[in-house]
Design a protein around this ligand. Structure first.
Ligand code: AMP
Length: 282
């Protein structure tokens, strides 16, 4: 596994693969890696000849007052986690990603204006800008993202289609701790009581899912059940919604395919989780 810090060197490697007709896969991350990240490489290894990871804590996707400064950074451990699962690790500094004079941003409409987009203004613009830049440097054939950030995946998919970037995107299932908590770099902030409270997101989703199985037709009732679970567990709900999995618009009636999504603050830590409901209509 080779560590690359220079963008031109990264592009040179990518072009080497392209010239030979070989596919380079790519997994963008912000580091502080866990098994959820590692799973992404496994999901695309059969689709490409080599895989690159990136580790970059992108300042543009943090809103004022968020945890950019204290976001966990642990390069040594990250490199250990990546050993054996990828061929190249691109670890740029800010000058490689946003060199002097950088003044372009990429903004996806509609999908980015819902859910986390409403709660974290500018977040998705930061994400799409950095992912577009990383795609430009690495020029991957395939790229893997987690269902954990479902809205992010849909927005990047839209961007790739709209800008004809020619990258095949793969959405990989959420990897969870044994007790059901979705793995997240931010789980490192949780201890004691907060770690216990963090389970409320999963509990709310499972309660909502159960309700969809009972014949309850009104999404507002399902939403209420999710909200009750969250508030009963003592976390501060940011949102709990039942949305269309493609448009992310709130549903007015139960449908065969639905996405249950929740975001909540556990203490100061904001966590998200989701559950896809896909019932074949009888
Ligand atoms: P991050 O480092 O948080 O930007 O995440 C990098 C990638 O890992 C994104 O595509 C995330 O959706 C994905 N990811 C994060 N947590 C998980 C998880 N628990 N299971 C699967 N993928 C994840």
């Amino acid at each position: 596994m080779k560590v690359i810090r220079n963008r031109f060197e990264m592009t040179e490697i990518s072009e080497f693969y392209k010239k030979q007709g070989l596919k380079l896969g790519f997994v963008p991350t912000m580091g502080s890696l866990h098994e959820g990240h590692v799973s992404l490489f496994r999901h695309i290894e059969n689709k490409c000849h080599a895989v690159a990871a990136s580790i970059y804590v992108n300042p543009k996707q943090f809103c004022p007052g968020e945890d950019f400064e204290r976001y966990p950074r642990d390069e040594k451990n990250d490199l250990k986690m990546l050993e054996g699962v990828c061929d190249y690790v691109f670890i740029p500094d800010d000058k490689e990603i946003y060199p002097q004079g950088f003044s372009t941003s990429v903004e996806v409409g509609n999908l980015a204006e819902r859910l986390c987009g409403l709660k974290r203004p500018g977040h998705f613009k930061g994400v799409t800008t950095v992912v577009a830049r990383l795609f430009g440097i690495i020029k991957p054939s395939v790229s893997a993202f987690g269902q954990k950030d479902y809205q992010q995946f849909m927005i990047i998919k839209r961007m790739v289609e709209d800008l004809a970037l020619g990258v095949e995107l793969v959405m990989c299932p959420i990897v969870r701790e044994k007790d059901g908590l979705a793995m997240s770099s931010r789980n490192r902030y949780l201890s004691g009581e907060d770690r216990e409270k963090a389970l409320s997101l999963r509990k709310a989703l499972l309660a909502g899912k159960k309700e969809t199985e009972t014949g309850e037709e009104n999404p507002l009732k399902i939403k209420k059940i999710m909200l009750d679970v969250l508030s009963g567990c003592g976390v501060e709900t940011d949102y709990a919604e039942i949305v269309h999995p493609l448009t992310l618009e709130p549903l007015r009636k139960k449908e065969g395919k639905m996405l249950l999504v929740v975001a909540a603050f556990v203490g100061k830590t904001r966590l998200i989780d989701n559950e896809i409901i896909d019932r074949k209509e009888k």
